[in-house]
Design a protein around this ligand. Structure first.
Ligand code: PMV
Length: 321
């Protein structure tokens, strides 16, 4: 038992998951593909202060009333060790939390990496995947670098890097249109959609086709093909959300304006595409030679809070290994 610190980056889903097949095990109902970004990061420090009476989670400097979302992977890891001392978990994100920027994925991936080391558990990568998914269905993807696939076949999950970032160094421009926490968490939202959206079954049934199209596009580095399937998959997910009861709409006015600007750039022949997760932020993907032009255009849009330029990042890792 020792102190340990790990960092992990958020991942941006190109082929999304929205809906679970098994709520207790937190198993996604479909496979997904993402990009692990750099620049944005979650850092988690684990320690065992002598005077601490109970397991305590401090997120971005504020003490949480319960372990909430981290409870399942945390309890499972503690169960596997014989450490009974109270544990202090200190997590920090250098970007807005719970605003559709995948802070849960990077947070959980950094937690599982740091805690398994602190508890001196020798876990295989497959065990790490199974533990992170307990906290968030997208978290295993943040264990890996570059382009990542998370393949779901029944209750069997595999997760891998498809291509490293330096094999296809795309850039991700994150347009923050509101850093407010979202009103409906993805966990709650996807359950509402599963139960009520008339489009949900179709979304699940046709998902594998998008997954395969994106896989092929990444392996062959076909930008236009990857862009088309990413946008189509994103819009389908947001239609499922909107047709849920109650309707879920994460977009704001600025989100719409950014999407329109991407369409204008595409009409000018620029190779860019976008995607949007469970929040109002737009992620624009392009080659590095276009980054400055895109940022220049997006900066003109009223309501933009900030723009973060990211490359592709590494998987979760220990800082004190
Ligand atoms: O990581 P979760 O379980 O909160 O859900 C992620 C949901 C989306 O970001 C909308 C899609 C995805 O595949 O990341």
């Amino acid at each position: 038992m020792k102190s340990s610190t790990a960092i992990a980056h958020p991942n941006i889903a190109l082929i999304k998951y929205w809906g679970k097949s098994n709520i207790t095990g937190n198993i996604p109902a479909m496979s997904s593909i993402s990009l692990t970004v750099d620049v944005l990061e979650s850092k988690t420090k684990i320690s065992f202060p002598k005077d601490l009476n109970e397991d305590t989670w401090i997120l971005n400097g504020s003490r949480q009333s319960s372990l909430e979302r981290i409870k399942m992977p945390f309890n499972e890891l503690k169960k596997r060790s014989n450490v009974r001392d109270a544990c202090l978990i200190e997590s920090d994100n250098n970007f807005p939390t719970a605003a559709g920027l995948a802070s849960s994925a990077s947070g959980i991936a950094s937690l599982v990496t740091a805690l398994s080391h602190a508890l001196e558990l020798e876990l295989s990568l497959q065990q790490m995947i199974e533990l992170t998914i307990l906290g968030s269905g997208s978290a295993p993807r943040s264990l890996f670098s570059g382009f990542v696939s998370l393949d779901v076949a029944g209750d069997t999950i595999t997760c891998n890097t498809i291509l490293e970032g330096n094999q296809w160094p795309l850039e991700v421009i994150i347009c923050v249109t509101s850093s407010d926490q979202k009103e409906i968490s993805s966990r709650v939202g996807m359950e509402i959609s599963r139960k009520t959206s008339p489009l949900y079954d179709n979304w699940v049934d046709n998902h594998q086709k998008d997954f395969q199209t994106a896989m092929a596009a990444i392996q062959l580095r076909k930008f236009a093909q990857l862009g088309a399937v990413t946008i189509d998959n994103c819009l389908k997910m947001h239609q499922v959300m909107k047709t849920s009861q109650p309707s879920i709409d994460y977009w704001n006015k600025t989100t719409h304006a950014v999407v329109q600007q991407v369409q204008t750039l595409q009409a000018r022949g620029r190779e860019v595409f976008y995607t949007i997760d469970a929040g109002p932020q737009v992620k624009i993907i392009c080659n590095s030679d276009l980054t400055e032009e895109v940022v220049f255009e997006i900066n003109k849009i009223p309501g933009i809070e900030s723009i973060v330029k990211c490359g592709l990042g590494q998987g979760a890792r220990l800082l004190n290994a």
